[in-house]
Design a protein around this ligand. Sequence first.
Ligand code: ADP
Ligand code: MG
Length: 397
Amino acid sequence: MKNLSDLLAEGVAGRRVLVRADLNVPLDGDKITDDGRVRASVPTIKALADAGARVIVTAHLGRPKGEPDPKFSLAPAAARLGELLGAEVALAGDLVGESAKSVVAALTDGGVVMLENVRFDARETSKVDAEREALAAELATFADVFVSDGFGVVHRKQASVYDVAKKLPAYVGGLVDAELGVLKKLTDDLERPYVVVLGGAKVSDKLGVIANLLTKVDRLLIGGGMAYTFLKAQGHEVGTSLLQEDQLDQVRGFLAEAEKRGVELVLPVDVLVTSEFGKPEHDVVATDAIPADKMGLDIGPQSRELFASKLADARTVFWNGPMGVFEIETYAGGTRAVAEALVKSEAFTVVGGGDSAAAVRALGLPEDGFSHISTGGGASLEFLEGKELPGISVLES
Ligand code: ADP
Ligand code: MG
């Protein structure tokens, strides 16, 4: 795989470089509420621009329905990138149309422009190879080389991630390179005890990784919305908490597998429950006494202590998924407790997941308190699952 240093060594002055970045930031209206992904994209783009390249950035935002939708314009990301670079980043009004063509044509050496949301074109995510390839071919006309730097999307077989890499000389960007380096440390020569903390909303998204992790970890801590499916599988009632009935059998299998392998599987012992989603009034109850009409929205104080104690002697930690509905201050305590335990820890600590990373920053924890905060949730989980990442394998071939 050729990387950014190889490209810079070849020389990029005057060359047009298409960079796939991940600028999928959370927005409140047109305000970016967490600019982590924009900041993480800067070093590669800046290195190219400083070396005299003509940089064309392509990225997606949210899940528009394959057609232009002003709600999902990349305008806020282009503005923020411009601020961070200290130079204006012109945003084309479309992806591969007249506006994009003229913006690219006007590029000068060292300049950076951005194409509008790549998911405004239905071909980006099409399952039909020929459709994606057609879009990739149009994108490729804009550039001489391609740099893949959107770590959050390398697990996607999409036109701007996968197909375009076949149409141009392709390089792995600095961010993707760094992310892969860190994740390799979690799969190769890791120091034990290795503790993984999983949370968040959906068990089904994370089943594959749990199956794989059970063969690698010493301890698995489960909180967040997914804990209730585990508690139910253990025979507890979970009231109106998030529950994935259809996953219960598989989760029972995980409980048995953990026992067989001697993996310590740690579940919350108490939770904060309330009657209506988001309502701040709450009670703390033991997990074997969740009332039928209440839902759990955060792990309780005893669980926070328990989780912190299970993290105290870890030498390697991977954390994905908040422990509760951290967006609401009342239910942010569990997530804060885990984050603080990691900051205190001397272990190699990796945070993966869009919401987990945003939570760390929203709670005001120092980013340098962690060994690495990944920009990609799905991508890092699929890597740990041992799956092939199409956006990476295409660069290797
Ligand atoms: P990540 O993006 O870090 O991988 P997920 O997307 O899986 O994390 O999950 C994040 C979401 O999970 C957050 O929006 C949070 O509010 C929600 N969540 C956490 N705990 C609960 C819970 N007990 N009930 C409902 N939602 C929860
Ligand atoms: Mg998420």
